[in-house]
Design a protein around this ligand. Structure first.
Ligand code: NAP
Ligand code: GCO
Length: 287
């Protein structure tokens, strides 16, 4: 009898992770490669693609990378056509590329709003639309969307990002609804607060060496009392990309250390010195 672990294998699959030169995208792609997938990725410019290729080479992953702006249909069409010609059709798409602008809504320009919506919501629409026809023809496919705590919660200064991530949750459900009949599963990963360059400004030490107020705040809202590490998300990514999740569709699975389940505690009650000592080195790995 085959092992249940075979259900988590991605052998002979082509996995496309958008914006995967570093951060969570690199972690997802690394996990997929370990499970047997061929990795293809894009990023916004040559410098980032080269940075990503160097990272994958260090990890002994034979990845294909190219410049492709997920907000540009012509870029995406070319990327998918080039991958199809070189390796075959894309089996797994992770809509990971994303940006955030932390600006009070009353001060945010329409251009800034549109930039965030274009990358974080329209980009996943464009990329999903580009891979679905091949998935339909093949009779299988996996689309995984990078959702967020902001798919469920708001906070000051992230109006465009929250609107985009909330919309991405519903796009996830709609792709499930429209294409589930073709054995295509579309689910979301909802990370909590993870230590990557995107959240680095929220963790920077103060001038006097003390913890960033937001760092203390988010630890008081997280039962685990720590930031997530990119490696924390790798298992869920492989699960959602693999046959093990073939009957899960339209779900956003939150991997947040318990944030969404917890009202939080007084930040003043945290043993900051203990927390800082425990994680100084850990978080360095994720930058
Ligand atoms: P990140 O560090 O900002 O990386 C995002 C990647 O996407 C970067 O390489 C970025 O390039 C690229 N990108 C931006 N715009 C693009 C475009 N138009 N076309 C192609 N690539 C583009 O983000 P992350 O922290 O790894 O997070 C990855 C995803 O997870 C994002 O969607 C984010 O919203 C989401 N997420 C993150 C967290 C967290 O705590 N870190 C939590 C929940 C959800 P540049 O370097 O030029 O921007
Ligand atoms: C912020 C953070 C968050 C995280 C993530 C949480 O400014 O609040 O950047 O948005 O990136 O999305 O799940």
């Amino acid at each position: 009898m085959a092992s249940i672990l075979d259900k988590f294998r991605l052998d002979d699959k082509i996995a496309w992770v958008t914006g995967a030169s570093y951060g969570l995208g690199l972690a997802y792609a690394t996990a997929f490669a370990e499970a047997g997938a061929k990795i293809v990725f894009n990023d916004i410019n040559e410098e980032l693609v080269d940075r990503g290729l160097a990272e994958y080479e260090k990890l002994k992953i034979d990845a294909y990378g190219a410049v492709c702006d997920v907000t540009k249909e012509e870029d995406v069409a070319k990327f998918v056509a080039d991958v199809r010609e070189k390796f075959g059709i894309i089996d797994i798409l992770v809509n990971n590329a994303g940006i955030i602008k932390r600006i009070p809504m009353t001060e945010m320009t329409l251009e800034q709003w549109n930039q965030v919506i274009d990358v974080d919501l329209t980009g996943p629409f464009i990329c999903s639309k580009a891979v679905l026809p091949d998935m339909i023809q093949k009779g299988s496919g996996k689309i995984i969307n990078a959702c967020s705590m902001m798919s469920e919660l708001g906070r000051e200064t992230v109006s465009a990002y929250a609107a985009a991530k909330g919309g991405l949750k519903m796009l996830t459900r709609n792709i499930c609804s429209e294409y589930g009949q073709y054995n295509i599963q579309c689910n979301g990963i909802g990370p909590g607060y993870i230590a990557t360059p995107q959240t680095a400004p929220l963790r920077e030490k103060q001038a006097d060496g003390s913890m960033h107020p937001f760092d203390r705040f988010i630890r008081s809202k997280t039962p685990a009392q720590r930031w997530g590490k990119t490696e924390d998300l790798m298992g869920l990514a492989v699960f959602l990309a693999s046959p093990a999740s073939d009957f899960i569709n339209g779900q956003v699975i939150y991997i947040d250390g318990g944030i969404l389940a917890y009202i939080g505690q007084d930040p003043g009650n945290l043993d900051v010195s203990k927390l800082q000592a425990e994680e100084e080195s850990d978080l360095k790995i994720c930058e």
